[in-house]
Design a protein around this ligand. Structure first.
Ligand SMILES: NC(=O)c1ccc[n+]([C@@H]2O[C@H](COP(=O)([O-])OP(=O)(O)OC[C@H]3O[C@@H](n4cnc5c(N)ncnc54)[C@H](O)[C@@H]3O)[C@@H](O)[C@H]2O)c1
Length: 433
């Protein structure tokens, strides 16, 4: 099939590579000329495991352009995978989606199906159907389909090739048949629903996972007060198949481009319809506090951060990505800098992106060893494998080995054998200095 994709971000580009992989002709369009010229030159503009290889392998079926007309004119199916960031009031900002829809309306010259992959509030697909009908320049039939995406950054290619389900919201048999043709070769379970239910499935799923994270984080906070161990608690809970062991790792909260904005957007939408979504409100509040939990812990050891030498291990919101959107590192570092701390930071992928926020205020180190040297305290924000591979001895080169571990990378029992402070989330405090 001839497929066009609006947006070459995490979702658009992975979708493009996967659809080309199963034999479709795919053209990607993006106003970001830098991304398009990198892609045309055979380079991948984002870090995502396995993506450069998949793009490379399917190069003859993949095309990149910044011309909307060229991309959409002749497409049988048009995917929209542009960003839907958060507005100041928490609602979803749909300006990129509406711009893309307008560009489609002005360009299509044949009957086609427009597939919304972007995460959009319930009812948006219906509005887009109407918008297209009202604004089509040529006399063609266009049908809108909701097809939310569930991939996780870091494992996006695998997530799409081995998806647990493909959710497709359609309002006609014709659209259903087209979508079966699009995805058939993947041989994955497809769930067909109405457009509104598909939109809701996306928010309800993301918000449930965010809720699960906030729940275990609250249990972890209580474990610290009551001297229980959250790792054991999560293990015991996770063995119950009704609960499951995923998303039960206590830490300093969720970040990234999805959970924070999708919880706020659904909460905003429910309020707008005079319904208070209390569970999600709680998940959002718990996460906001959890993100700065290490700062609160640090105040136990130092009355002031002025002149303190702080080692930061990990900047990305999770391992396997260079993405910093809503990363806890940002929430903490702004406070540390504001209060006069001197920061040395290490991250294997996200340093270049971090420099866009802090080009000169932080010393970026090439090695963990250089980062830790002579530090008064260490903050761990991301559980990179290189961090988890450290030995307790590695921290002893710090001026004061006080380790605040926001991702529970080490065993407190092992750390307890060394002259250091090891303060993690929901587990026994080790204080040997
Ligand atoms: N990133 C994830 O893990 C993830 C997972 C599931 C769903 N989603 C959802 O998918 C959507 C896209 O997310 P993302 O992370 O891929 O975003 P992104 O910010 O990485 O990429 C969006 C791309 O769209 C491009 N764009 C903007 N306006 C355009 C237009 N008019 N025409 C064509 N391209 C345009 C931008 O230049 C950018 O390259 C969002 O709604 C997000 O919530 C994201």
């Amino acid at each position: 099939m001839k497929i066009a994709i609006a947006g070459t971000g995490y979702v658009g580009l992975v979708t493009a590579a996967v659809l080309a992989h199963i034999g479709h002709q795919v053209v990607c369009v993006d106003p970001d000329k830098r991304k398009i010229s990198l892609l045309k030159a055979g380079k991948c503009p984002i870090f995502e495991q396995g993506l450069p290889e998949l793009l490379d392998k399917n190069r003859e079926r993949l095309h990149f352009t910044d011309s909307y007309a060229d991309a959409y004119r002749d497409a049988e199916v048009i995917f929209i995978a542009v960003g839907t960031p958060e507005k100041a009031d928490g609602s979803a900002n749909l300006k990129y989606v509406y711009t893309a829809v307008q560009q489609v309306a002005e360009s299509v010259e044949r009957d086609c199906v427009v597939v919304l992959k972007s995460t959009v509030p319930i009812g948006t697909n219906d509005k887009i159907q109407q918008l297209l009908v009202n604004n089509l320049v040529n006399n063609v039939k266009v049908e809108v389909v909701s097809n939310p995406e569930f991939l996780s950054q870091g494992t996006a290619v695998k997530d799409m090739l081995e998806a647990s389900r493909i959710v497709i919201g359609v309002e006609s048999d014709y659209a259903r048949k087209v979508m079966e043709q699009v995805y058939g070769a993947l041989n994955l379970p497809m769930l067909f629903t109405s457009r509104r239910s598909a939109e809701m499935i996306k928010y309800a799923s993301n918000d449930f996972l965010a809720l699960k994270i906030s729940y275990i984080n609250e249990i972890a906070n209580l474990c610290e007060i009551l001297d229980a161990d959250v790792d054991d608690v999560a293990k015991g809970m996770g063995m119950d198949p009704r609960i499951g062991d995923k998303f039960l790792r206590a830490g300093i909260g969720y970040g990234g481009s999805c959970f924070p904005k999708d919880t706020k957007a659904l909460h905003w939408l429910s309020n707008y319809h005079d319904y208070e979504l209390k569970t999600i409100k709680a998940a959002i509040e718990v996460n906001a506090n959890q993100k700065i939990k290490l700062i609160k812990k640090a105040r136990r050891y130092y009355g002031s951060f002025e002149g303190l030498s702080v080692a930061v291990l990990g900047l990305a919101f999770k391992p396997g990505t260079d993405d910093l959107r809503e990363a806890p590192s940002l929430d903490n570092i702004v406070i540390l800098l504001d209060e006069g701390a001197k920061i040395r930071a290490w991250d294997p992928l996200a340093v270049e992106n971090f420099k866009r926020y802090y080009p000169n205020e932080i010393e970026y180190c090439a090695t963990i060893e250089d980062t830790l040297k002579d530090a008064d305290i260490c903050f761990i924000f991301t559980e990179w494998d290189q961090v988890k591979a450290l030995k307790p001895e590695d921290f002893l080169q710090m001026r004061k080995p006080i380790i605040l571990d926001g991702r529970n990378c080490f065993d407190p029992k092992l750390m307890a054998k060394y002259p250091l402070v090891y303060d993690s989330i929901g587990r026994k405090l080790v204080n040997n200095i």
